[in-house]
Design a protein around this ligand. Structure first.
Ligand code: AMP
Ligand code: MG
Length: 408
């Protein structure tokens, strides 16, 4: 039986992994970039609004002409035209006469006007005349050109993680292509003679779960590409990996431990370099990492829970860093009291699934799910999150306050 090459700590594994995470700049349509990291400053070459426009429905006038107007003492204006949304106004208001232009919200302010009287304070006596019952100061109810954005303004700074409203402002200033750090393309391969695609499993067969969980976990930070299941056959594994070398990252699950059919580490070793194989963590101990012709390859254990934990701890940080994102846990954390003792081992980091329980007295307890192994996927589904027992602890006693990571 082959031994693990060497079992290293989670932190050492992460150091090795993160050194290999490189980001790549790509130019993409702006509306594909939500959640990605901008790799250039975006500077506006336009004014927003592009022209002075009305903020109200009403009449565009020279504000000073309305001074003194009141309910008892309306001021009459001649209606000389209309400004409609999406059309440039033809009317031009002179400074001597009392002239008004009918105007809609968002329509361009006619030349010569500086304010808009709200329709509520007016009454058209006929189509040619309007009475105004209140006064407006110049500038009132007008959005001036460039009030929002001006030419030369720094709109979005390099390094920003793009949010929905950023995509909106890019649309508003007419920028259709932007430079961002690439979301890594991740090839996902499941391997095992017993595995079959989703459907009903014939006797002795197991439905592939890992390529789905890995895809879903990759989704928010990288672009997953599920590949066909590969048999426990070194040549087939080699062929499948070779086909994926153009991806930014390859994740293979299954066949990583020391059983007779566990060819993955041998294959990776033959095709490239293994940087580690075996991590002092539970579950996920038979995880490994290598590089083949410059492409990083993660080897994850086949047991579904172990795969997910190994992804969480080792792969997500790699993808986050490659995408230019801050490497951090996406989980909210809370502190609560441990309901049952957890046993562990010095030198090993344990990821323990937990359930939260609220007692009648209002205290929240953390109940560790320690009875099921890493093949029991329902243990994950039943859990509310997980807690970490660090390498320096032999376990955690009942009643201690623990910090737990919660699934959202
Ligand atoms: P292995 O790491 O190949 O020794 O697999 C360990 C266990 O995980 C075995 O019981 C496999 O059947 C199971 N397993 C491996 N790969 C998968 C997969 N993609 N989906 C579900 N179970 C798997
Ligand atoms: Mg296997």
């Amino acid at each position: 039986m082959r031994e693990f090459y060497e079992r290293i700590s989670v932190d050492d594994a992460l150091t090795i992994i993160l050194k290999k995470a490189k980001s790549l700049e790509v130019e993409l349509p702006f509306d594909m970039c939500q959640g990605m990291v901008l790799s250039e400053d975006v500077i506006s070459s336009v004014y927003l609004p592009p022209f002075d426009r009305s903020a109200m429905d009403g009449y565009a006038i020279r504000g000073e002409k309305s001074f003194g107007a009141s309910q008892a003492n309306p001021v009459r204006f001649n209606i000389i035209g209309e400004s409609k949304i999406g059309e440039f106004p033809v009317a031009c208001v002179g400074d001597r006469d009392f002239e008004a232009v009918r105007i809609a919200t968002g329509a361009p302010l006619p030349e010569g006007c500086d304010a808009v009287m709200m329709v509520e304070y007016t009454k058209e006596t006929d189509h040619k005349t309007v009475e105004i019952f209140s006064s407006v100061t110049p500038g009132k109810n007008v959005s001036t050109a460039g009030e929002d954005v001006r030419t030369g303004d720094l709109i979005l700074k390099k390094g920003r993680v793009l949010k929905p409203h950023d995509i909106g402002i890019l649309a508003a200033i007419g920028i259709s292509q932007i430079k961002v750090l690439k979301r890594p393309d991740v090839a996902i391969i499941s391997t095992g003679d017993e595995l079959i695609e989703v459907g009903s499993a014939p006797p002795g067969k197991i439905i592939d779960v890992n390529s789905y969980t890995i895809s879903e976990m990759t989704g928010p930070v990288g672009t997953p590409h599920r590949k066909k299941i590969v048999k426990d056959d070194p040549d087939k594994l080699k062929g499948a990996i070779k086909e994926c070398l153009s991806y930014d990252l390859i994740i293979v699950s299954g066949g990583t431990s020391v059983g007779g059919k566990d060819y993955l580490p041998v294959v990776v070793d033959e095709m490239g370099d293994i940087l580690f194989h075996g991590v002092s963590m539970r579950p996920g101990q038979p995880s490994g990492f290598g590089v083949i012709e410059g492409t990083p390859v993660f080897m994850l254990p086949g047991f579904p829970v172990a795969t997910m934990v190994a992804f969480e701890i080792l792969v997500r940080p790699f993808i986050q860093k490659s995408a230019g994102l801050i490497v951090n846990s996406p989980y909210p954390r809370i502190c609560a009291t441990l309901k049952r003792k957890i046993a562990s081992e010095i030198g090993r980091r344990d990821f323990v699934r937990i359930k939260l329980e609220e007692e009648e007295d209002g205290t929240t307890y953390v109940d560790p799910i320690t009875s099921s192994g890493s093949g029991i996927i329902s243990s994950m589904v039943k859990s509310d999150g997980f807690l970490i027992v660090s390498e320096s602890m032999e376990g955690i006693e009942v009643g201690e306050m623990v910090e737990v990571n919660l699934y959202q």
